[in-house]
Ligand binder design. Structure first.
Ligand code: HEC
Ligand code: HEC
Length: 363
């Protein structure tokens, strides 16, 4: 509300720059109108396009051409009393979005007051009531200034368009849509669907859906990922990181398999299938040893993977940040000159190309 008032005064201040007492020029105005013509049309048969048509503009309450979709701001401005005449047009055309906050007119405004006067003069020729006045003298500078300061249209009680922080794009997602996306499972069990499955059921499902890549016992075919074994290898030069040797939480297994596997046919398994396969993966990793064991949302968080305790809460926030450590060394930090002690080739991280298995079996 206040914004309209302020904008009006601002408009008045800006516009009072340099009114000449000269008659505005229709031909010049036609030239100026080229800037408007991308969006507005005038003359016989003029239709609303990007902007409303501008025939018979004078005396028109702002935002009232039938069938044109104005911004809520423009409609509110009209309802608040803005009627297009020389004064209101002048203010609007100098700074459209200051005069009508929220106007959808994507036009920065006319910088020269002569352009403003001329285009208004040109628009008059398309207004039956005004056509006869075209070419008459403009009022002198002072009169205009006073007239503008008194413009009543920007009364403080013009309501701002209502909005609730939404941009009116798209629509609210349905509960089903949200549920389809909101499927993550947390270590504390939050997000687990209701369901269950046994090791024995899981073995059948695994053999059908997973073994072709991950091997009958999770040992992997070729270079597909290994899913079982590797316990006790974490400190080796080549640790084998699997669900049983490395992963901290069972929830990751459930979440990952449900979301991403079988590779190439993700989300084809039911929630119960995923419980059964997860149970079987526990069995392959010697976390459970009973084929009748049934995993469900009820006992899920009772299961702990062997390596859980080696994961710690991220405590880096408690450490001093390197940037806060005084006097970081930036040059010649190593006392002795740098020496090359080993080459990757020797370390065997870049195996010779003719060595067996070096190229991998996945294309
Ligand atoms: C990029 C497109 C575009 C340009 C360029 C443009 N306008 Fe607009 N104009 C619009 C739109 C869109 C609206 C409706 C604004 C709203 O609803 O907030 C509008 C609204 C108006 C209105 C209010 C009409 C009514 O029915 O209330 C006037 C007057 C106007 N423009 C004049 C001009 C003039 C004069 C020029 C050139 C100096 C111009 N416009 C340049 C798109 C444009
Ligand atoms: C067509 C081959 C293929 C099939 C079939 C397949 N996977 Fe996978 N799996 C992969 C690939 C490839 C990755 C690695 C994906 C990546 O890293 O982006 C993977 C990764 C995994 C991982 C993570 C391994 C790790 O340590 O990072 C698990 C767990 C897994 N798959 C389980 C399954 C289960 C359970 C099934 C059967 C329901 C299955 N996969 C079927 C190819 C397959």
């Amino acid at each position: 509300m206040l914004k309209f008032l302020k904008a009006g005064l601002l408009g008045a201040a800006v516009v009072s720059v340099a009114w000449s007492a000269q008659a505005a020029d229709v031909a010049d105005g036609e030239n100026v109108f080229r800037k408007c013509a991308a969006c507005h049309s005038v003359g016989e048969g003029a239709k609303s396009r990007v902007g409303p048509h501008l025939n018979d503009l004078f005396g028109r309450q702002a935002g009232t051409i039938d069938g044109f979709k104005y911004s809520a701001a423009m409609v509110a401005a009209g309802e608040g009393g803005i009627v297009w005449d020389e004064q209101t047009l002048t203010q609007y055309l100098v700074k459209p979005r200051d005069f009508v906050k929220g106007s959808r007119m994507a036009f920065a405004g006319l910088r020269k007051s002569a352009d403003v006067a001329n285009v208004i003069e040109y628009l008059k020729t398309f207004d039956e009531k005004m056509a006869s006045t075209v070419g008459q003298e403009q009022p002198a500078e002072e009169e205009v200034e006073t007239a503008m300061a008194e413009t009543p249209a920007l009364a403080a009680d013009v309501p701002l368009p209502e909005h609730d922080g939404q941009f009116k794009l798209g629509r609210v997602a349905t509960e089903d849509e949200i549920a389809a996306w909101d499927m993550d499972v947390r270590p504390d069990g939050l997000g687990l669907p209701v369901g269950s499955g046994t090791v024995a059921d899981g073995e059948v499902l695994y053999t059908d859906n997973c073994a072709v890549c991950h091997g009958d016992f999770g040992e992997a075919v070729g270079r597909w990922p290994v899913l079982a074994g590797g316990q006790g290898t974490l400190e080796d030069d080549r640790p084998e990181k699997t669900i049983g040797s490395y992963w901290p939480y069972l929830s990751t297994v459930y979440d990952y398999v449900r979301r991403a596997m079988p590779f190439g046919n993700a989300r084809s398994l039911s929630d119960d299938d995923v419980y059964a396969i997860t149970a079987y993966l526990l069995y392959l990793n010697d976390v459970v040893d009973d084929e009748e064991f049934e995993l469900s949302n009820e006992n899920f968080t009772d299961i702990h993977l062997p390596n859980e305790d080696n994961f710690i809460e991220d405590d880096r926030l408690e450490e001093a940040h390197y940037a806060d450590k005084k006097e970081a060394c930036m040059t010649d930090c190593k006392p002795a000159p740098v020496e090359i002690t080993m080459r990757a080739r020797v370390l065997d991280v870049t195996p010779d190309s003719d060595e067996e298995g070096a190229g991998g079996e996945i294309d």
